[in-house]
Design a protein around this ligand. Structure first.
Ligand SMILES: Nc1nc2c(ncn2[C@@H]2O[C@H](COP(=O)(O)OP(=O)(O)OP(=O)(O)O)[C@@H](O)[C@H]2O)c(=O)[nH]1
Ligand SMILES: [Mg+2]
Length: 220
């Protein structure tokens, strides 16, 4: 596989070891880059012990999921890259399906959340649905209809994203890197459905800052 998996992490000691070993077992031929933003738990130690690449961003000026993923993509040496969360909410079984659609000639392959497991509180549901709707309208106005543009699970042609990094407007501290990429210009896009699992351990880092970043990215 000409593929790198990019995993942003912040305090994922309960999940990252399991995720990396699961991916390595199922797909021994691909690369994995974990982009860690200065975890204070054992995340970095666990990643080092697995032997996969670790980008230690502890001393970077700007921290954030988007900034971390961009670092990962910049360091990816394979033709394709797939971005996924480090908390086991994104099933590794879908990697193969995303990869095969990338090989078919798509620029972007979006993992579409067909079902969300677990019970989300009403306010989270409301924020998520409203944000997705606003993102779709924003992209549609730019001539680009995309299903689930807020997904954190997607594949891309590495060079295409590398090329737009200096030009596109990324909210570096935000969560919605896919939306920032899609805003740049319409791209050949395909989809793979998946079930968004429950976080297996640790806690969510989603907060008001990320919501603010998203609102800003809507108008940029
Ligand atoms: N490098 C880096 N990774 C981050 C940052 N914030 C979150 N992450 C990672 O990005 C992924 C997604 O973050 P989550 O907190 O799980 O966000 P979420 O999936 O929307 O929220 P939950 O459903 O509650 O888990 C996880 O692997 C996090 O560890 C950050 O600032 N920097
Ligand atoms: Mg999560």
């Amino acid at each position: 596989m000409d593929l790198t998996i990019i995993i942003p992490t912040l305090n994922e000691e309960k999940n990252i070891g399991k995720l990396v070993s699961c991916i390595s077992k199922d797909y021994p031929e691909l690369q994995i880059i974990v982009c860690d933003d200065g975890s204070t738990d054992k995340t970095q130690e666990i990643v080092r012990n697995t032997g996969v690449s670790l980008i230690d961003r502890t001393n970077e000026k700007v921290h954030g999921l988007t900034a971390s993923v961009l670092d990962g993509i910049n360091n990816s040496k394979t033709k394709f890259s797939i971005v996924m969360d480090g908390d086991l909410q994104h099933p590794p079984t879908i990697i193969e399906k995303i990869y095969s659609k990338l090989i078919d000639g798509n620029d972007i392959v979006v993992g579409v959340r067909k079902k969300v497991m677990g019970r989300w509180p009403l306010n989270r549901k409301l924020v998520s649905h409203t944000a997705t709707l606003l993102a779709k309208i924003r992209l549609f106005m730019a001539g680009n209809y995309v299903k689930d543009p807020m997904s954190g699970f997607f594949g891309c042609r590495t060079n295409l994203v590398k090329k737009i990094i200096p030009k596109a407007r990324f909210e570096l501290e935000g969560y919605k890197i896919l939306f920032d990429i899609l805003k740049y210009c319409p791209m050949k896009t395909d989809y793979v459905d998946y079930v968004f699992g429950t976080r297996k351990g640790g806690s969510s880092k989603l907060g008001n800052k990320q919501i603010l970043c998203f609102l800003r990215s809507l108008v940029r």
